[in-house]
Design a protein around this ligand. Structure first.
Ligand code: ECP
Length: 300
């Protein structure tokens, strides 16, 4: 793997044109991205004979980290209002359509889309990535709007939206685009789409359980635990959500055993399923190191 410091510098350099882009976005992207790549390193090596894609290729690795940093930045653009609404609309348009950004600045958007288009092992993954980006942006907006508005979603409505706002499909699709994981073909299989839904739900529940104390302190209502508590104040939400996690993990396990997806999908899904234990515990700047509400992010 390329040295962390060098990768980080390249992501920071790439993000410079994006208003509100913070060191933290790059740091967390490199941390999370490195963890995922490490988990699938042996499988990537195995399939490299077929794909010709080197798991250690610096250009590919940095492009992956940039896309993850972009996801973090977009989330904060919504949550923290880092940029003006008309800028955000133009940014979403650029990222979801793969066109230059209609407002000045934000060159990093078109730069990253052009580089991913050029690097795509399978062009279909690039098309899908644009689509996943549109879904992610729409879900961020919808989540934010309902948390701020009068209408409260049911738990099911919340989960339905969160499957997109957790952006796991984007992460997988970007990996597939860069290292030839054939996700475009797999997406045609109902069982694969079910896996995507299950792992995304697991990721969302993990994220919400982990961020619950922080979100509560910040008055952030876009969190499953908080939403449930608002609707049912006496509910043991943590126990409930942990049970939900276990159930979803069992369902996921059953499909994975039955379907035997090609490498590196087994280890990749497994890596994302345990990200709570690994990534969240080390992600100090974004989530703080004590769940009791310390380590708040600096205001924008
Ligand atoms: C979109 C995300 C960026 C990449 C990141 C990696 C590094 C792969 C680790 C797992 C999570 C994720 C896929 C991440 C997912 C969701 C996301 C936008 C998290 C932002 O943090 P947070 O403020 O806790 O989320 P939210 O605004 O409460 O949904």
């Amino acid at each position: 793997m390329i040295p962390t410091e060098s990768a980080l510098q390249q992501v920071l350099e790439w993000g410079r044109s994006l208003t509100g882009f913070a060191d933290e976005h790059a740091v967390e992207a490199v941390r999370g991205g490195q963890y995922i790549l490490q988990c699938i390193q042996p499988s990537l090596h195995d399939i490299s004979a077929r794909t010709g894609r080197d798991p250690q290729d610096e250009k590919l690795i940095v492009a992956f980290y940039c896309e993850l940093a972009l996801l973090f930045w977009l989330d904060d653009c919504n949550d923290l209002g880092l940029i003006a609404p008309e800028q955000l609309a133009a940014v979403e348009q650029a990222l979801g359509q793969g066109v230059p950004c209609a407002v000045p600045g934000f060159e990093g958007c078109a730069v990253l889309r052009a580089s991913l288009a050029a690097l795509a092992y399978d062009r279909r993954d690039y098309t899908e990535l644009l689509n996943d980006t549109r879904c992610y942006c729409a879900a961020l907006r919808a989540g934010h709007a309902q948390a701020a508005g009068a209408e409260r979603w049911s738990y099911a409505e919340y989960l339905h939206n969160s499957i997109d706002s957790i952006a796991y499909a984007n992460v997988f699709c970007c990996l597939s685009l860069l290292w030839g994981l054939d996700m475009a073909t797999l997406r045609a299989r109902p069982a694969f789409r079910q896996v995507l839904r299950l792992i995304s739900t697991i990721g969302r529940l993990q994220n919400d359980l982990h961020g619950c104390a922080k979100d509560r302190a910040a008055g952030e209502a876009d969190n499953a635990a908080i939403l449930l508590l608002q609707r049912y104040p006496a509910m043991p939400v943590e126990d409930f959500l942990n049970d939900e996690l276990v159930g979803h993990a069992r369902m996921l396990h059953r499909v994975m055993v039955k379907e035997r997806f090609p490498a590196p999908w087994g280890p990749l899904i497994e890596a994302m399923a345990v990200i709570r234990a690994k990534y969240y515990q080390t992600s100090i700047s974004r989530y703080g190191n004590d769940a009791a509400g310390g380590g708040q992010r600096a205001p924008a």
